[in-house]
Write a protein that binds this ligand. Structure first.
Ligand code: SF4
Ligand code: SF4
Length: 297
């Protein structure tokens, strides 16, 4: 693992290389231009190319095991199939949590690679019904969360139709948070993209100011208290800094980059921000009709 450390007193940067292969022994590569320790230091998140270097050094199963959700969700599967019997997604989709659990338990790199590229991991509804039922204390929903994150980090999500939809979530919910401070905001739920909202939603969208001002104390879009108030610039700066420091911004940038490459490969232009873009509209609405059990009949 490579870490970047800033040393405040000496105003210098150091790279530290910690080798995960030779049993966590560490090798230091100081670049501190004549200064010596001890100085107060702070560890910074690495720029993305260095992070990718760290990640590429490890196998998929090792990276999966680093995820706390995997550790929590995967104990020992005895292949009983109780999770499949109660899973609502397994009822509808071509999806079998027992098979997923068994596959990760085997720890084969090729199998994990296939899962990360495939459709199955995106079928789980994360309802956690499997958590209470498993006689061995596994939670397939948590294993799925860890697999999804790894698929997003490795860029393999673009290899499946359902995986490619991560780009829509990034452009919708991710951008809403960073632009407005809300996951969902009426101004970012256009009626044409959300028919599930029903026919009244179009009217609400067009009259949002009147409606939300009545509901929330007359502060819609303005600073102060109230429903869908404007989030202050100070709070927005803080949100963006949190995303930057925790790696959330890099994570979302990676989804954008991988999606751009895939769009190019599929012959779509990728020149616009937001949701008014051919690739976005394609992955948002396209369905090859092979996902459900019904499609097999
Ligand atoms: S995860 Fe639990 S319920 Fe599902 S097959 Fe394995 S042991 Fe059975
Ligand atoms: S969390 Fe996923 S795998 Fe578990 S029961 Fe719900 S849909 Fe099925």
């Amino acid at each position: 693992m490579l870490l970047l450390i800033k040393n405040y007193s000496a105003n210098v940067h150091n790279f530290i290389f910690i080798c995960d292969i030779c049993n966590k022994k560490s090798v230091f590569i100081p670049i501190h231009f004549g200064y010596k320790y001890p100085f107060p230091t702070q560890i910074f998140p690495l720029p993305l190319p260095f992070k990718n270097f760290n990640r590429k050094m490890k196998g998929l199963i090792d990276r999966l095991k680093e995820d706390i959700r995997f550790e929590e969700g995967m104990k020992a599967c005895m292949n009983c199939g109780v999770c499949t019997a109660i899973c609502p997604s397994a009822e509808f989709y071509k999806y079998d949590p027992r098979v997923v659990c068994n596959a990760v338990q085997e720890g084969d790199e090729e199998t994990i690679d296939a899962l990360l590229k495939g459709e199955e991991i995106w079928y789980c509804g994360e309802c956690m019904s499997c958590k209470m039922r498993c006689p061995r204390g596994n939670t397939v929903g948590l294993i799925i969360m860890a697999l999804r994150k790894l698929s997003q980090e490795t860029g393999l999500f673009v290899e499946s139709e359902k995986g490619r939809q991560q780009f829509a979530i990034k452009r919708a919910i991710g951008s809403n948070i960073l632009d407005l401070g809300y996951c969902v905001h009426p101004k970012r739920v256009p009626a044409e993209l959300h028919p599930e909202q029903g026919p009244i939603w179009k009217w609400i969208s067009e009259n949002d100011e009147v409606i939300y001002n009545k509901l929330g104390g007359g502060n819609y879009g303005k600073e102060g208290a109230g429903v869908f108030r404007k989030i202050s610039d100070e709070s927005m700066d803080e949100i963006r800094r949190i995303f930057k420091v925790t790696g959330g911004q890099d994570f979302m940038d990676n989804i954008e980059t991988c999606s751009r490459n895939k769009a190019k490969e599929l012959g779509f232009d990728f020149d616009k921000e937001g949701e008014d873009q051919r690739y976005f509209r394609h992955i948002y609405s396209f369905n090859n009709q092979t996902h459900t059990k019904e499609s097999e009949i």
